[in-house]
Design a protein around this ligand. Structure first.
Ligand code: AMP
Length: 511
C-alpha cells in the first residue's frame, strides 16, 4: 500500500510534528512504501539512492517505534562513509526534534575516541557509524548491541565497493535474532543478495526505479552546482534566458515562499503554489499564470499536479525530484499544445546517480549546461544599456538637457566623455553592467553526471574525454574543459593498483 499523506502511515505524533515542522507536504515514493513496512516491524529491502528521501523513510518509523524506557542502544545505522554517518545522524536529530531526551551518536574512524566513548556511556537510543569503528567499539564492549531492536544498512552497495562487506557481516552476526533489519542500496549486486539471504531473511522489497515513458519536444539540460549556489545560478539563468511562462519545482512549502520572495525582490512577477493554498486560491494563481499576470510559479509537486498552461516554456527542477516518474510529470508541464519546451535540472554533486537513473529510464540524454558566466551576463547588460541609450536618442532631442550639460562642461572644463562615463555609472548603479572577471572556481564542482566519470576512469587519456567536453553547452557557445581538481585526482587514482586504491579509499572514508 502506498499513501500520499503522512498522517496515514501510522507514524508517531512527534514524527508527524517534525514532518510538518520541516514543511514536507507528502511522503516521497520510497517513504510512502517503506514507512508502513517498518512501522509493522517487518524487514525491508529497498532499492533507492540518495536524494529519494530514503533517510526519512527509515528514520521516521524507527523514531516512532523507540521505547523511551530502554537505556541501551535500540537502533543501529551502518553507513559506508564518515560524511554519510554525520548526515544520517543529523537527520535523526532533526526528525526526532519533538522526542524528549533523544540522543544519537555518530561513530566513525579518525575522530576522537574519548568523546565517542563518553556519548555511548551517557546512553543513546540511536547509533550511526562506519563498519570499522563500530567493530572497534563492539570489541571494546563500549557498544552493546544485545538489546538492539532495529538495524539499517545504508548504501550497502557502496560498503561492498569500498571493501567493508566482511566487517558488515561480522556486525550482522552479533545482533539479536529478533532485531528488525533493513537494507538500502542503489543497486543489488550478487554479493549484496547473498548478505540479504543470510542476514536479512524474510523481507518486503521496495523499489522506486520504475520505467517511465519518453518525453519528446523538450530540450533537457542540467546544471551542476552546490546547494548554496542554486539561487545565484537561477538568477543568472533568468537574466540571460528569454522565457514566456516558467515553473520552478522545489521540495518544500517553505522553499516555494522563500524563492518567490527572492525573485519578487529581483523584479520578477512570481507566485508560490503549495499545498497550503486552498483549491480556489490555487486555481486563481494558475489562472494568473495563464493570463500572463505572473510569469513564474514556484511550486511543490502536490500543488502543480495536473497543471496545464500552454505558455509554460520552461520548467526548472530547482530541487531534484524524488523519482524518475515525478521528473517526467514535472517536465511534462512544458512543451504543451505542440510547442517546444525547455527543462533545466539542478544537480548537487551527491545527486549525480539520480541524474543517470533519470537518463536511463527516459532513455534520453540530458546535456550539461555551464551556468552563465559574469562575462555573458555583463555582455547582455551592456547590450541592453546601449540599446536603451540608442532608443532614447532616437525618440527625442533633449535640447534643454544638452545645453545644461554643455554649460557644465564649459564652466568646469570637463571633457564630454568624462561626463558621459559618470552619467553611465550613475544610471547603472543598481544593476552594474561591468561585472568582476570570472574566477575559474566560481562553479567549479566535479561533473561526473551521465556516466562521464566512468568514461574518464576507463580512459588512459588524462586530459579528459573529448566527448565529455563536447557535451557541455555553455552560454557563450564554447566547449569548456572540465578543470575540476576532483576530476584530475579521480583520473590519477584510476591508474593505481586496485588493492592500494581500496585500502586508501577505506581509510579516507572512515576518517
Ligand atoms: P535523502 O534521500 O534522505 O538524502 O533526502 C534528500 C532530501 O530530501 C533531504 O534534504 C530531505 O530533507 C528532503 N526530503 C526528504 N523527504 C522529504 C519530503 N517528504 N518532502 C520534502 N523534502 C523531503
Amino acid at each position: 500500500m502506498s499513501s500520499s499523506n503522512f498522517s496515514e502511515l501510522g507514524l508517531s505524533i512527534s514524527a508527524l510534528k517534525a514532518v510538518q515542522h520541516f514543511g514536507y507536504e507528502q511522503p516521497t515514493p520510497i517513504q510512502a512504501k517503506s514507512i508502513p513496512i517498518l512501522m509493522d516491524g517487518k524487514n525491508l529491502l529497498g532499492t533507492a539512492q540518495t536524494g529519494t528521501g530514503k533517510t526519512a523513510a527509515f528514520a521516521l518509523p524507527l523514531i516512532s517505534r523507540l521505547d523511551n524506557k530502554q537505556k541501551s542502544p535500540q537502533v543501529l545505522i551502518v553507513t559506508p562513509t564518515r560524511e554519510l554517518t554525520i548526515q544520517v545522524a543529523e537527520s535523526f536529530h532533526r526528525y526526532a526534534k519533538f522526542v524528549r531526551n533523544f540522543h544519537v551518536a555518530p561513530i566513525y574512524g579518525g575522530a576522537d575516541m574519548r568523546s565517542q566513548l563518553k556519548a555511548l556511556k551517557r546512553g543513546v537510543q540511536v547509533v550511526v557509524g562506519t563498519p570499522g569503528r563500530l567493530l572497534d567499539h563492539i570489541s571494546r564492549r563500549s557498544l552493546d548491541l544485545s538489546d538492539l531492536r532495529a538495524l539499517v544498512l545504508d548504501e550497502a552497495d557502496e560498503m561492498l565497493r569500498m571493501g567493508f562487506i566482511d566487517d558488515v557481516e561480522t556486525i550482522l552476526s552479533q545482533i539479536p535474532e529478533t532485531c528488525q533489519r533493513a537494507l538500502f542500496s542503489a543497486t543489488m549486486p550478487g554479493r549484496i543478495r547473498n548478505v540479504t539471504k543470510q542476514y536479512i531473511g524474510d523481507a518486503e522489497t521496495v523499489a522506486i526505479d520504475g520505467k517511465t515513458k519518453t518525453v519528446e519536444k523538450i530540450d533537457q539540460q542540467y546544471i551542476t552546482c552546490k546547494s548554496h549556489q542554486k539561487m545565484d545560478v537561477l538568477t543568472r539563468f533568468l537574466e540571460v534566458e528569454s522565457f514566456n511562462g516558467m515553473i520552478i519545482f522545489v521540495r518544500t512549502k517553505s522553499s516555494t515562499i522563500d524563492i518567490t520572495e527572492r525573485l519578487q525582490a529581483r523584479g520578477y512577477s512570481t507566485a508560490a503554489l503549495n499545498g497550503d493554498l486552498n483549491q480556489s486560491l490555487r486555481e486563481r494563481t494558475i489562472n494568473r499564470l495563464k493570463k500572463g499576470q505572473i510569469d513564474i510559479l514556484v511550486a511543490t509537486d502536490v500543488a502543480a499536479r495536473g497543471l496545464d498552461v500552454d505558455r509554460v516554456s520552461h520548467v526548472i527542477n530547482f530541487d531534484i525530484p524524488y523519482d524518475n516518474e515525478s521528473y517526467v510529470h514535472r517536465i511534462g508541464r512544458t512543451g504543451r499544445a505542440g510547442k517546444t519546451g525547455k527543462a533545466i535540472l539542478f544537480i548537487t554533486p551527491k545527486e549525480n546517480r539520480m541524474l543517470r537513473s533519470i537518463e536511463r529510464s527516459t532513455r534520453q540524454k540530458i546535456s550539461l549546461m555551464v551556468p552563465p558566466s559574469n562575462k555573458t551576463i555583463s555582455d547582455g547588460r551592456i547590450k541592453r544599456f546601449f540599446d536603451q541609450l540608442s532608443k532614447n536618442m532616437e525618440a527625442a532631442e533633449f535640447p534643454e538637457l544638452r545645453s545644461l550639460i554643455n554649460d557644465f562642461s564649459r564652466r568646469n572644463n570637463i571633457d564630454m566623455s568624462d561626463i558621459a562615463a559618470a552619467l553611465a555609472y550613475q544610471s547603472q548603479k543598481d544593476l552594474p553592467i561591468l561585472l568582476p572577471k570570472d574566477q575559474a572556481s566560481d562553479f567549479d564542482v566535479p561533473d561526473y553526471g551521465s556516466g562521464e566519470r566512468k568514461r574518464k576512469k576507463n580512459s588512459k587519456n588524462t586530459k579528459g574525454s573529448k566527448n565529455a567536453k563536447n557535451r557541455k553547452k555553455d552560454y557563450q557557445g564554447k566547449s569548456r574543459e572540465n578543470k575540476s581538481k576532483f576530476g584530475k585526482k579521480d583520473q590519477r587514482s584510476a591508474m593505481k593498483p586496485k588493492a592500494t586504491r581500496k585500502r586508501k579509499q577505506r581509510k579516507k572514508a572512515e576518517s
